[in-house]
Design a protein around this ligand. Structure first.
Ligand SMILES: Nc1nc2c(ncn2[C@@H]2O[C@H](COP(=O)(O)OP(=O)(O)O)[C@@H](O)[C@H]2O)c(=O)[nH]1
Ligand SMILES: [Mg+2]
Length: 452
């Protein structure tokens, strides 16, 4: 798996924040720190990392919505995609033959990529061939012939010829019959004068439609200098980054290429002739983050709690303006979330108070009973608890298999909750909680009647 360490670090951080009930400044800071670390470990330039994570953080904090979890994933996805540039176009052959020249240093993966690229064209229905322009190393022609065999394409090469431009001439009539010709040139240990001269000579004779620079991912960030040097000396149309499967530094190589201004067209993801991908930032990032996986996670979170609805409910609760229908829903959410304290965190204002929320747990038993009682109420009673008179209470007790005392208990608690919430409403909340102090939380629990 390409960049598997980076991918799993990013996925873990996203999962962690998505699973949080409350996404506050601290959670965002922690999340952003983790992302920074993961990118730096993947060899991405520190300054680039800070710029990227600052954008991510600002956007997350800007977003005041309660559907923040979706937003966070979307923001991280979008920022990473734009971080990785535009990517490559799908394979096109504008004229026959379409000529591609691969250049790069020794061992960068030119020959391997030539075979992979030929196979891609072939699979698209084109007729490609390979041209051995590496006259520098003795075994180069033989290697390309082997690669060509693996891809099932014709290879032209002359291991007696020492001048690459002459090889171009020698086989022109042959390769002219193909849809695509891919030239595999020689490398050097570094970009020196002789390499620049050779590539220029080849280009003059071959007249490539596309010059692709092949860069191995294991050089990490230093890909930037390499790409810039090649760009300055020669004209290139794009970059192929190879060996992304076998290094943890791929993040550095990818981002360094983007910064150098050369689009990444393909990525090599293995030694096999099939292991070449068109580089599409969207696809790349969504796989890196495991978007399908995250979607499932989000769905689950959404199922558990519709945050917008809870926020609205929370507000009405705080004003003491809620009826049994709201209470019913609230209790349902308590059930799903496991505790009243988790739920309280969604009520605006409460989350900032740093209360020992675990003390405010509603007992499962009571929740079930209250819900059963409310199940036996009719809509009028649910909407307007004031209409509950003696005979209605008796009917409800019977219908729900509870006692009159239980029903009265629910009504009592409902009224107490309402009056507590009313008193705590709006701006008074903070003041009041301060006055109560954490020590007096018991008093609050008492007021809430049996919530403990
Ligand atoms: N794991 C991995 N190895 C690669 C990839 N591309 C090339 N290689 C290996 O890198 C080495 C050098 O490749 P080669 O094509 O000969 O490089 P050249 O000197 O630029 O022509 C070979 O051992 C290839 O198998 C890739 O995407 N993944
Ligand atoms: Mg080679």
């Amino acid at each position: 798996m390409v960049l598997s360490n980076l991918g799993s670090a990013l996925r873990n951080s996203l999962k962690k924040i998505v699973n949080k009930v409350l996404i506050d400044q601290k959670a965002v800071d922690e999340f952003v720190n983790e992302i920074q670390k993961a990118l730096i470990v993947a060899d991405v330039d520190v300054e680039l990392v800070f710029n990227l994570t600052k954008r991510i953080k600002d956007r997350i904090l800007e977003d005041k919505g309660f559907s923040k979890k979706e937003q966070i994933i979307r923001i991280v996805y979008e920022e990473l995609v734009s971080f990785l540039g535009v990517g490559g176009d799908s394979l096109k052959v504008s004229k026959k033959p379409h000529k591609v020249l691969l250049i790069g240093l020794f061992g960068s993966g030119k020959t391997t990529t030539a075979g992979k690229l030929a196979l891609r064209y072939k699979k698209k229905g084109y007729k490609p061939c390979l041209l051995a322009l590496d006259t520098y190393r003795a075994a180069a022609v033989k290697q390309l012939k082997q690669v060509g065999k693996g891809a099932g394409v014709t290879v032209y090469g002359d291991d007696k010829e020492k001048k690459a431009k002459k090889v171009v001439k020698e086989f022109r009539e042959d390769y002219d019959n193909f849809d695509v010709v891919i030239g595999d040139s020689a490398g050097r240990d570094a970009l020196d004068k002789s390499l620049v001269k050779e590539v220029k000579e080849i280009s003059k004779e071959f007249k490539p439609d596309e010059v692709l620079l092949v860069v191995p991912a294991d050089i990490g960030q230093s890909a930037r200098k390499q790409v810039e040097a090649f760009k300055e000396a020669l004209s290139i149309n794009g970059v192929v980054i190879t060996k992304l499967d076998s290094t943890a530094k791929g993040g550095g190589a990818l981002t360094a290429c983007v910064v150098s201004g050369a689009p990444i067209k393909f990525i090599g993801v293995g030694e096999d002739v099939k292991d070449l991908e068109l580089f599409k930032p969207q696809r790349f990032v969504s796989r890196l983050l495991g978007m399908g996986d995250l979607e499932t996670l989000l769905e689950k979170a959404r199922e558990e709690l519709d945050e917008d609805r809870m926020k609205d409910l929370g507000k009405r609760f705080m004003k003491g303006k809620f009826n049994f229908l709201d209470l019913y829903e609230q209790l349902g959410a308590v059930n799903k979330m496991g505790s009243f304290s988790k739920l309280m965190k969604f009520i605006p204002g409460v989350s900032n108070l740093n209360l020992p929320m675990d003390k405010l747990n509603l007992q499962e038993e009571n929740v079930q009973k209250f819900r059963r009682i409310m199940d036996s109420m009719n809509l009028e009673e649910l909407e307007e608890p004031k209409t509950l008179n003696k005979s209605r209470i008796e009917r409800i007790a019977k219908g729900s298999g509870t006692s009159v005392r239980d029903v009265r208990n629910l009504i009592k608690q409902y009224n107490q909750m309402r009056s507590v919430m009313k008193r705590m409403s709006g701006a008074n909340l903070k003041k009041m909680m301060k006055k109560l102090g954490v020590k007096d939380l018991k008093a609050l629990e008492g007021m809430m009647g049996g919530m403990q």
